[in-house]
Write a protein that binds this ligand. Structure first.
Ligand code: PLP
Length: 399
């Protein structure tokens, strides 16, 4: 008998499955709103100018590719810390943050999950209901029991904040709470600063472990605004985790550029934590790749390139906001009478459209408009060319 005879076929990744279906669709008017990727108004994946310029500079001074240190490029880790915590942050001056380069935001989450498993193997993990689909799988595979805290409230078209807070208040000390720092995926609904403050107070009072997932910094309100919860956690004196992704904000998806930062009580603790994070990395993939992190470090630490990045990021943020407004206007023009203004209150790349699974299936089969059955659509894949046809299709299934 073959060694692999008993291996079962794993279920397909639902979003990647949707992509395959999209690619096989022969409808010339098809539109893919399923993916979590930002496209420009021409429907193209952008290559940011700041990235191209940094690459040109790097090319002109091309270096051999030795191994990186286990925790990555020091200048990159420092630049990440400056961005996430603020360059003048006391916590950095005090050396209380351990930061490692990671393989995208996913890699940052995974390193943190593996470290937490060694630290507190019996902790429960709470993720939002709903959440990015990989949160559950990732923490489950790291060996944790994963449950949810209430988040989306379909009837209110928003967040069921009272229920969320009650769940956190009822959580056992040491529970790991995964929080979307901004631009909640998949719903698009973010907590207000006042609500964040209550969450942070609860995390502190109950002795919970906050794990902030920051995959979309700069896509909501702005770089500082989207990172405001970090400042609240610092002000509360929490020890906490932050995973960072530059996949979206630098349009560097395939380069796998991210990081994990762990805020500790002292620099001595940060040193010990860093040593443990390095063991997790060493025993998984030894050390990270060079290119993407070099680009990001270059851009973030060169004032002219950084200014260019901030401008390009603002351009992506504004375009998404414009698409939200235009979608609502087009739906209204197409005769949809219900109030869909909630779409403009959502932040980031995604919108929970409120459409049912049956309506999403109709969008696919009748109109070639691909979104997720949960009703999630990627607003960042709308553009001035496909907007009208998408709105017409949505109107047809809503009415
Ligand atoms: N976290 C959230 C909430 C995400 O939406 C994503 C990507 O879609 C990630 C993490 C992973 O980011 P990366 O592609 O950098 O691994």
């Amino acid at each position: 008998m073959s060694l692999f005879a008993a291996v079962e076929m794993a279920p397909r990744d639902p979003i990647l499955g949707l992509n395959e279906q999209f690619n096989a669709d022969t409808n010339p008017a098809k539109v893919n709103l399923g993916v979590g990727v930002y496209y420009d108004d021409k429907g193209k994946l952008p290559l940011l100018r700041c990235v191209a310029e940094a690459e040109a500079l790097m090319q002109a001074a091309a270096k051999p590719r030795g191994y990186l240190p286990i925790d990555g490029i020091a200048a990159y880790d420092k630049a990440v810390q400056g961005l996430v915590f603020g360059a003048d942050s006391a916590v950095l001056a005090e050396g209380r943050v351990a930061t490692v380069q990671a393989l995208g935001g996913t890699g940052g989450l995974k390193i943190g999950a593996d470290f937490l498993k060694r630290l507190n193997p019996n902790a429960q993990v709470l993720i939002s209901d709903p959440s990015w689909e990989n949160h559950r799988a990732l923490f489950t595979n790291a060996g944790f029991a994963v449950a949810t805290y209430p988040y989306y409230d379909a009837a209110q078209r928003g967040i069921n904040f009272e229920a969320m807070l009650a769940a956190l208040q009822a959580a056992a000390a040491g529970t790991i709470v995964v929080l979307h720092a901004c631009c909640h995926n998949p719903t698009g609904y973010d907590l207000s600063p006042a609500q964040w403050s209550q969450v942070v107070d609860t995390v502190k009072a109950r002795g919970l472990v906050a794990f902030l997932d920051m995959a979309y910094q700069g896509f909501g309100e702005g770089i500082a605004e989207d990172g405001a919860v970090i400042q609240q956690c610092l002000a509360a004196g929490l020890d906490f985790f932050v995973s960072t992704s530059f996949s979206k904000s630098f349009s560097l998806y395939g380069e796998r550029v991210g990081a994990l930062s762990v805020v500790c009580g002292s620099s001595a603790e940060a040193g010990k934590v860093l040593s443990q994070l390095k063991i997790v990395i060493r025993t998984n993939y030894s050390n990270p790749p060079t290119h993407g992190a070099q680009v990001v470090a270059h851009v973030l630490s060169t004032p002219a390139l950084r200014a260019m990045w901030e401008e390009e990021l603002a351009g992506m943020r504004v375009r998404i906001r414009e698409m939200r407004q235009a979608l609502v206007a087009e739906l209204k023009a197409a005769g949809v009478s219900q109030d869909l203004s909630f779409v403009t209150r959502q932040k980031g790349m995604f919108s929970y459209s409120g459409l049912s699974a049956a309506q999403m299936q109709r969008l696919r089969s009748e109109f070639g408009v691909y979104g997720v059955d949960s009703g999630r659509i990627c607003v960042a894949a709308l553009n001035s060319r496909n907007l009208k046809s998408v709105a017409a299709a949505m109107a047809a299934v809503i009415k």
